[in-house]
Design a binder for this molecule. Sequence first.
Ligand SMILES: *Cc1c(COP(=O)(O)O)cnc(C)c1O
Length: 385
Amino acid sequence: MKKIQMVDLKGQYNDIKDVVSTSIDNVIENTAFINGPKVHEFQKNLENYLGVKHVIPCANGTDALQIAMMGLGLKPGDEVITADFTFAATVEVIALLNLTPVLVDVNEDDFNIDIEALKKAITPKTKAIVPVHLFGQCANMEAILEIAKAHNLYVIEDNAQAIGTNYTFKDGTKAKAGTIGDVGATSFFPSKNLGAYGDGGAIFTNDDDLAHTIRGIVNHGMYKRYHHDVVGVNSRLDSIQAAVLDAKLPKLDSYNKARQSAAKKYNKAFEAIENIITPELTNGCGENICDTCDCHVFHQYTLKLKNIDRDALVKHLNEKGIPCGVYYPIPLHLQKAYADDRYKESDFPVTNQLVKEVISLPMHTELNDEQIEFITSTIIKFING
Ligand SMILES: *Cc1c(COP(=O)(O)O)cnc(C)c1O
């Protein structure tokens, strides 16, 4: 059996090697390393794919979030609400800009921001909400948009884990994750669903003025050469990464399909195991992953373990050559950098529980049936003793 990896990028590479190599060679031949034509081509192609007016490429997903917040003109002291159960980058940029992060609990079923907790956290100082589409599935955007409208708040989607996912509104219309709020931010970190061969990120918006503002911010606040109208940053997607991403973009839907197919096989294998809760679909797809499923792109395949010794399971899997991950082991409100006297443990019953129960299994586009069967049977044997 092929060695199992948490993320296997080699198979994908073999498949697009020729296109990527030619494209990278062209960038080098043209020496257009920064803001070259390839970056522009990728930007246009991504705008078409997402159905969004503006894509602004930048250096990484963390920058994308930060720049989105700068572009909206958020000011020190403004409160920004986000989920307690996410990667630290989301809250990090809020703190870095001297905004006030307000962490709230998440749902047990889809791990995304809890709408009731979000409502309770709103104060007169609240200026924005950052829903994170965790593990590849959208937060409840319809409810979030309603709340944002009622309280005049910006919505900044952290779409680092959900590129290509569709969100289905109650009336049946669909929109791509990251294009629904005022602004979306994504990451092209190599292991993300659309991954570069280094760092990369992008900001999405349908707002022309905001797009203009952001295009200046990513480039030292310059709107005209050597005229610095606002304080900006240096955050650019380099042309070589754009060449890789532009070669991969036409494959993104098939990559996401491959992930769904692996998730479906995992689900089936664990169907009869009571102590294992498989990922729940909460947006427009029904209960099971079907062939036309577009509501979850499985950046992670994350189980909840009920009354199972997770540490012992992780150890056992590692001994059998099966990698796995715990995303995330500590809620953000308990991280030293983000602790705040305002938080009470009783505000976070779900995240406090999830950090003890979750385990993510290998998930990528190259998993084969033999590997999935070995992973699932090893877990089931462990549970059944
Ligand atoms: C990966 C990730 C980021 C940050 O992206 P980088 O490109 O690594 O800076 C932000 N938010 C979430 C939820 C992520 O998973």
